[in-house]
Design a protein around this ligand. Structure first.
Ligand SMILES: O=C(O)c1ccc(O)c(O)c1
Ligand SMILES: [Mg+2]
Length: 605
């Protein structure tokens, strides 16, 4: 289907918005009136620019507060509308959106609304223009799609149809049966379809719409369910994104436009349109790669955690460290960055790595060079929105090439009684303006399931965190976005390791000289109030700075290492199928990481 985007969804000048939409690959745009008013370009110049960029102007909008008013008011409104029809004509736009009135002049009279909209349509037709009438969710009398359609039907003019906007519809009613009426509208009377998602928020609908809309797949609304109903009408116009969002208004237009188009590609797949290589979530994490300028402290930390350096890359300064199924690459090559140690790459194990790469590319993920050094196994890789390199690979799964063959074994033997079984999850901090984009990427491109996002209090702001998992829980990635763009703690990334005995793992780490993040006594006092522990259990947690949580499934015990550059490790033990990530404990952890939690202690044996 054709794709379009409203200029209001992107940041910048009108020229920047149009350029970004065209570069991302959109077929058309809706010109939002404010963008035109503020632009130095004449309507003819905008039309020419769009033509040069290969964009069709699908819609000019909005015209407000026109219908169901006393005759003298309507006469003035008609004059105003004619003016705008002329602008639309100069733009080369054949459809103008009229949204339902919020005016105090409006009266509750559908027959009057229909008569006046018919008059408006007659006038529009003289200009070769069609009117798409949209019910705003906060319209004074007309605020549902079926009410707007009844008026359009009664007006009965070929130049008058309706505009369906998923936000206005789904913000008011989410019961599937309320959407069934959509399919009864004749497809040729649906003049336009605007799509937006939004997180579920308990707030005034106008504020919700103007600040929190997001692209389909990024929020909680069933945009796909709505689109299925619209497609049943026979609607053949564009899928057009109209997203009012405070973050997208500030973020760079280029990446936002790519994110936007990706959302439409995934949405079309969901409703059985378009063709994408199918999604198959990875079934494991092959490796996590740290790039570091300081090999000594990083190697010391891995050693204290019980990792062994089992391999050396045949062509580059990269070591493979292993423990259980956890594999960490330590890269001391020229990629080392100014901000010290970073988690720069993740190896994912999809059932079919080449197919996963094709899907990522089809969904506009930047493709990285397949071979990183001479002799390397060819691996498909793409960049996640935050720049993390994602490798699609296989680990010892013949006949697929295994990335491990790039490493020559060292003589070092992995520890016998290793405490770490594998990765529990990876936590990646996201740039403040890319959280929704990253959510869509992890769901749509990687095929992971999203959990609800949670808010976590940091001493200097609020952190938002959201986990993405494969259905068997073999891959868990937690994304977080911090309060202040420059806050180093908000930029921290971490590798959570799984153990079946956290007490032994923590003791081993300390005995090997590791520093555990110290926790305050008040925290343990609160645990004593909230949970019942076996004799001595809580004292052991306090001694070892182990945190504790419990959900309806089971228990979670975890502790943290100090931070190296942007990276720290977490030791975790899930008992009886605990599903969470210890979010309840995150504010205490964050405070401790700011150095505000407890007097620093040195390691004890
Ligand atoms: O918020 C608004 O006013 C507004 C304007 C035009 C639209 O199409 C819309 O969905 C909302
Ligand atoms: Mg709209």
């Amino acid at each position: 289907m054709r794709t379009s985007i409203a200029t209001v969804s992107l940041s910048g000048s009108l020229t920047e918005k149009l350029t970004a939409a065209a570069r991302a690959g959109f077929d058309g745009v809706e010109i939002f009136e404010n963008d035109l008013l503020a632009s130095p370009l004449t309507p003819e110049e905008i039309r020419g620019l769009c033509a040069d960029l290969g964009l069709r102007i699908d819609l000019y909008q909005p015209l407000r507060d026109l219908e169901a008013v006393p005759e003298d008011v309507f006469a003035r409104n008609l004059r105003r509308a004619e003016h705008k029809f002329r602008v639309a004509q100069r733009l080369g736009a054949d459809t103008v959106l009229v949204c339902s009135s919020v005016s105090p002049d409006a009266v509750d009279d559908d027959a009057l609304a229909a008569r006046q909209l018919r008059q408006l349509a007659e006038r529009a037709a003289d200009f070769g223009i069609r009117i798409a009438y949209e019910a705003l969710a906060w319209g004074r009398y007309v605020n549902t799609y079926d009410h707007a359609w009844r008026i359009v039907e009664a007006a009965d003019h070929p130049a008058l149809g309706t505009c369906l906007d998923s936000f206005h519809i789904l913000s008011r009613s989410r019961a599937p049966k309320d959407l069934e009426g959509i399919a009864d509208i004749p497809g040729d009377k649906v003049f336009y379809l605007q799509l937006a998602d939004a997180p579920l928020l308990a707030m005034d609908v106008l504020q919700w719409s103007r600040h929190y809309r997001c692209f389909p797949g990024q929020g909680d609304l069933d945009v796909a369910g709505l689109l299925r109903q619209v497609l049943r009408t026979g609607y053949a116009g564009p899928l057009s994104l109209e997203v009012f969002n405070d973050v997208f208004r500030q973020a760079e237009a280029g990446p936002t436009a790519v994110d936007a188009l990706r959302s439409l590609l995934v949405l079309q797949e969901t409703v059985g349109e378009g063709e994408l290589p199918p999604a198959a979530a990875p079934t494991g994490i092959a490796f996590a790669e740290l790039v570091t300028p300081d090999v000594e402290p990083a190697a010391a930390l891995l050693t204290a955690l019980g990792f062994t350096r089992t391999g050396r890359h045949r062509g580059k300064p990269v070591d493979l460290w292993e423990q259980g199924a956890a594999r960490v690459l330590l890269n001391t090559g020229p990629g080392a960055r100014r901000d010290g140690t970073v988690l720069a790459a993740v190896g994912l194990e999809p059932p079919d790595p080449a197919a996963a790469a094709r899907r990522a590319e089809a969904l506009l993920a930047p493709v990285l060079p397949r071979r990183r050094s001479t002799g390397d196994v060819l691996l498909d890789a793409v960049a996640a929105p935050d720049g993390t390199e994602l490798f699609f690979c296989a680990t010892d799964r013949p006949p697929l090439p295994s990335w491990t063959t790039d490493f020559a074994p060292t003589a070092e033997q992995a520890e016998e009684n290793a405490r770490i079984l594998g990765f529990d999850h990876l936590a990646l901090s996201q740039p403040w303006h890319q959280f929704d984009e990253a959510a869509l990427f992890h769901r749509g491109v990687l095929g992971l399931d999203a959990l609800q996002s949670v808010d976590v209090a940091d001493p200097y702001g609020l952190l938002r965190s959201r986990a993405f998992t494969s259905s068997e829980g073999a891959v868990r990635i937690a994304l977080a976005v911090g309060p202040a763009p420059g806050d180093e703690h908000a930029r921290a990334q971490h590798i959570a390791l799984a153990t079946d005995d956290i007490v032994a793992a923590a003791r081993r780490f300390r005995a090997a000289g590791g520093h555990v993040l110290p926790m305050p006594a008040n925290y343990y006092d609160d645990l004593a109030a909230r949970f019942e522990f076996a004799p001595g259990e809580l004292e052991t947690y306090q001694e070892l700075d182990i945190l504790y949580d419990h959900d309806s499934h089971g228990a979670f015990r975890h502790c943290y290492t100090h931070t190296l550059g942007r990276v720290f490790f977490e030791l975790t033990q899930r008992v009886s199928g605990y599903r969470g990530y210890g979010a309840q404990n995150a504010p205490v952890r964050l405070t401790a990481q700011h150095g505000l939690g407890a007097a620093p202690r040195t390691a004890i044996g």
